[in-house]
Write a protein that binds this ligand. Structure first.
Ligand SMILES: [Zn+2]
Length: 172
């Protein structure tokens, strides 16, 4: 099975913001907030959570929406607020950043591994070819069945070796 050790530039920048943050405990807290559609992947892993800042008494949480119009985004923002409020931070604002736009390159290496373990083929980093590997057996011998899988962000594939159908998280 080929893993993806590569760290993209976008990931590196996010990791730096997190490492340099004065609020490390809040980042850890928000690691509990996951994608409502893929509960094993946190908003951090997904590349949605960008920054946590303090402006006076107010906490600003910056997120980048994934696919525009994705209904899960509203749910994610409200989960962030709920999680911070439960920890005693009541003055919270979730800000959506529209540039740079989200791409699957924001997704962390751990996020890709978790997707694969969950049975969803992770997006390949751009420039790494468009081979879609079966998350069950790792074979690159797969065929597209439908451009739309269980949700619009995924496509349905079938492995030609183990014959299992699987979702592929589309690369954008
Ligand atoms: Zn397979």
């Amino acid at each position: 099975m080929n893993s993806i050790p590569l760290v993209t530039e976008a990931q590196r920048e996010r990791q730096l913001r997190r490492s340099n943050s004065a609020l490390p405990e809040l980042w850890s807290l928000l690691d509990e907030v996951t994608d409502p559609e893929i509960p094993v992947v946190s908003l951090w892993d997904l590349g949605v959570l960008q920054d946590i800042k303090k402006h006076g008494e107010r906490l600003l949480v910056e997120i980048t929406p994934t696919y525009s119009g994705c209904p899960a985004m509203v749910e994610m923002a409200s989960e962030i607020e709920k999680t911070l409020t439960a920890a005693g931070h009541t003055n919270v604002e979730v800000v959506s950043l529209l540039t740079p736009t989200w791409t699957t390159d924001f997704m962390s290496a751990q996020g890709r591994d978790k997707l694969r373990e969950y049975g969803i083929a992770p997006p390949s980093p751009r420039g790494q070819g468009d081979k879609v590997c079966c998350p069950q057996c790792g074979s690159a011998n797969s065929e597209l069945i439908s451009e739309f899988g269980s949700t619009a962000c995924k496509a349905l594939y079938r492995c030609l070796d183990c014959l299992e159908p699987f979702d592929y998280f589309k690369c954008i």
